[in-house]
Design a protein around this ligand. Structure first.
Ligand code: ACO
Length: 318
């Protein structure tokens, strides 16, 4: 089953943090971060909650689509950094928007937004008419600020889409390779006097090189598969919207597919890695750039903890 994108939105917190500012308290440098990751600055929440930025993104998507909150049939949020374990981020967003529809979260880490598009397609198959999908993260909450290998990468932000019935969602692929040794964010363990296992601190733990290898392979394989499944070739794809984890991973995909770099979109330089929000923020930037033409094919790809990866092809319909 498929859907059509009716509107997009995004919201970044106000505070900009440069590499120089991080270098004041971490043993790192602007040169290392720029060259190895491709980030020069990122946005971090100071007073904004994950719900605040999710609602900011949602309002943009609702406005573009001409939808009011009471017209929504479902709210789906992809996140690994909701404000609460319960209620879900989606329920908090529903309350703040004044919507009355069902709402729930999905966790597939950085692949979460594309996993959620697949879930939305399933809801359209059983008659849903208007679905708000949001990827929102306050990753600065789950980063170990003494760990230079992760603190320089992750950031905060939210992206959203309002979806309606249609035929734009053409092909998709979801992958999961379960295991927590390469990349994980352990939950707060609690204070049970009965629980005996020792656990890691509740922050991002990442073997960057292993994730890097998985990411390059997953992104290239998944993109090739969804493009073929759509009956298209790479030349037919107007825009690739890749997860913004590391500029070098995106550049590897550009080399692999031998495409013009400007067709493989990047905003990591100023947004950092916003996990489940990443492709949604980039898709909103594309929609608002004026570059999209009716009938353009967009290929989205993401990868992250799980390990998970996901990709899809969407035809833009005005
Ligand atoms: N500043 C300066 N030096 C650093 C920093 C830093 N911020 N971080 C690491 N280094 C050092 C290391 O200590 C190491 O030093 P050594 O040689 O003296 O031991 C050296 O730089 C090289 O370290 P590597 O880990 O080999 O660096 P690499 O080039 O692999 O870059 C990075 C690390 C950026 C993490 C990279 O591996 C990467 O991007 N991996 C993928 C991450 C990713 O995609 N995550 C997405 C999923 S996130 C999610 O799902 C929640």
């Amino acid at each position: 089953m498929s859907f059509k994108i009716l509107g997009t939105g995004s919201c970044l917190p106000q505070r900009v943090v440069s590499n120089e500012e991080l270098s004041e308290f971490l043993d790192t440098s602007d040169e290392w971060i720029t060259q190895r990751v491709g980030i020069t600055e990122r946005r971090v929440c100071t007073t904004e909650t994950t719900t605040d930025i999710a609602v900011g993104a949602a309002k943009g998507a609702l406005e573009m689509s001409g939808t009011t909150p009471d017209e929504l049939d479902m709210i789906l949020c992809a996140t690994v950094s909701a404000d609460h374990a319960a209620p879900s981020l989606a329920c908090s967003v529903q309350a703040m928007l004044g919507a009355t529809c069902p709402a729930m979260d999905i966790n597939a880490a950085c692949s979460g937004f594309i996993y959620m598009l697949e879930a939305a397609a399933g809801f359209f198959a059983i008659g849903y008419k208007r679905i708000l999908v949001i990827g929102a993260e306050r990753l600065t909450r789950v980063v170990d600020w003494t760990d230079r290998s992760t603190a320089v990468i992750f950031a905060d932000g939210a992206g959203a889409m309002v979806l309606g019935p249609g035929k734009s969602y053409i092909s998709s692929k979801l992958v999961a390779k379960g295991g927590d040794t390469v990349l994980s964010i352990p939950s707060f363990e609690g204070q049970s006097p009965f629980y005996k296992n020792k656990s890691l601190k509740p922050y991002v733990h990442m073997n960057g090189q292993e994730v890097f290898k998985f990411a390059v392979n997953a992104m290239c394989t998944d993109l090739a598969d969804v493009i073929e499944a759509a009956g298209l070739t790479i030349e037919d794809i107007a825009w690739i919207v890749p997860h913004q984890a590391n500029a070098r991973i995106i550049d590897a995909a550009v080399r692999k597919f031998n495409i013009q770099p400007e067709r493989c979109l990047k905003n990591i330089e100023t947004t950092g890695n916003t996990s489940a929000a990443s492709v949604a923020i980039l898709a909103d930037e594309l929609c608002r750039s004026g570059k999209l033409k009716d009938g353009d094919y967009i290929a989205m790809a993401a990868f992250g903890a799980g390990l998970t990866s996901a990709a899809c092809v969407i035809r833009w319909e005005e």
